[in-house]
Write a protein that binds this ligand. Structure first.
Ligand code: NAP
Length: 352
């Protein structure tokens, strides 16, 4: 049973526990009910629906290639949890949230007939002319694969971090900021993400302190200028977090000054009984499933490509943050996706 709307609206057709999300019309293109995904060989399967994956889908769809974009969670990847984007060309100039930007990318992609699946791929066979991707519930086949599975937040690396995840330690301000309404919050990191998310957190928290391991931010100058003007934002320079703790909820933290070696214990205000620690110290690639498949990766798990997004395996392309690259931005991810899809089309034409 499902909801059936007017033409052009989203049809939700529930299957047998699998792929509930099937699309229709110019908003969503469901994998048609009863269609056997197992036996279909797509021209292009895109793994990941962040800016790179959706741009790849858009270009592949516009080229009339049969295209499936598979995403395990929410569309958008890391920008799904970004509050303010101000440097994507053509975005709403006043500033725009990640979810708002990605919603348009999704619609634009689907307008060109791209199919979608919500699934967790846990096994890939990338060699051979037909690539095979397996999840717990389905097997997908394709002539080409565009890997756009992006990256995820790097753990802070302090003692107690795992234990207090979701109990005071977070990596997503958009998701968790409201839990800290009028509390104190610490943000670890000094890059664009740390500073932007810290500014976002000042809308909720009473006081936000950035803990950075150096005495100078890495964030873009324009972001720094805004941050230094924000009266609720404070800085703890040359400092790293050694340990977080508390009685079930995060209420104490030990930090170390890297220049003097001095350790300082920070304890939550008695009336608060807790505080928050948000980690924004860069990312790690989502590339575990490609280990042992013959796909070349660097020592950190990022995928090297040439300028045309070719990996070392014919018919397999990589795009976006998962690539070895110097600038990980929405605009570079989208550009990678466009190139990868164009090259996938060329590869398919050469197979004929
Ligand atoms: P990033 O630029 O790599 O910055 C990571 C920050 O964490 C750096 O300040 C780094 O310190 C610090 N750090 C790294 N490892 C650490 C550790 N073990 N302990 C303590 N601190 C550590 O990461 P990001 O801010 O997530 O940004 C990633 C990419 O996305 C960048 O290219 C960025 O420009 C882009 N981005 C852009 C925007 C935007 O334009 N609006 C927003 C968000 C992200 P050091 O400075 O000492 O190395």
């Amino acid at each position: 049973p499902g909801a059936m709307g007017e033409p052009g609206e989203i049809y939700i057709i529930s299957g047998k526990g699998e792929n509930v999300f099937k699309y229709h019309g110019n908003i969503c293109n469901f994998i048609k009910k009863g269609e056997n995904v197992m036996s279909k060989v797509y021209d292009v399967i895109v793994l990941g629906a962040g800016p790179a994956g959706l741009a790849a889908g858009l270009y592949a769809g516009r080229s009339r290639l049969s295209t499936l974009v598979i995403e395990k969670g929410k569309d958008g990847g890391q920008i799904a949890i970004t509050d303010d984007i101000e440097n994507y060309p053509g975005q709403i100039v006043e500033g725009e949230s990640g979810p708002s930007l990605i919603a348009r990318m999704t619609q634009q992609c689907e307008k060109f007939g791209v199919e979608r699946a919500s699934d967790v791929i846990n096994e890939v066979h990338l060699d051979g002319d037909i690539k095979v991707l397996k999840s717990a519930k389905a097997e997908y086949q394709s002539k080409t694969v565009i890997i756009a599975t992006g990256a995820f937040a790097r753990p802070i690396g302090c003692k107690g971090e795992k234990e207090f995840m979701g109990k005071g330690v977070s990596y997503c301000a958009t998701c968790d900021a409201n839990f800290f309404e009028d509390f104190e919050v610490y943000v670890v990191g000094g890059g664009d993400s740390a500073v932007e998310e810290a500014m976002y957190l000042t809308k909720f928290a009473r006081k936000v302190t950035i803990i950075h391991r150096r005495d100078e931010l890495r964030a873009a100058k324009s972001i720094q200028e805004k941050a230094f003007k924000n009266e609720k934002l404070h800085f703890m320079w040359d400092t790293v977090v050694e340990e977080v703790g508390g009685d079930g909820i995060l209420s104490e933290m030990t930090v170390k000054n890297v220049k003097t070696g001095e350790l300082t214990k920070i304890v939550a205000d008695e009336d608060d009984g807790m505080f928050g620690v948000f980690g924004f110290i860069g990312t790690l690639p989502n590339s575990k499933i490609y280990e042992g498949t013959g796909l070349e990766m660097d020592e950190r798990g990022y995928i090297p490509t040439d300028a045309d997004m070719h990996t070392n395996i014919p018919g397999v392309f990589a795009a976006g943050d998962i690539r070895v690259k110097s600038l990980r931005q929405v605009v570079t991810a989208a550009a990678d996706g466009a190139i990868a899809a164009t090259q996938a089309e060329k590869y398919i034409n050469e197979l004929k």
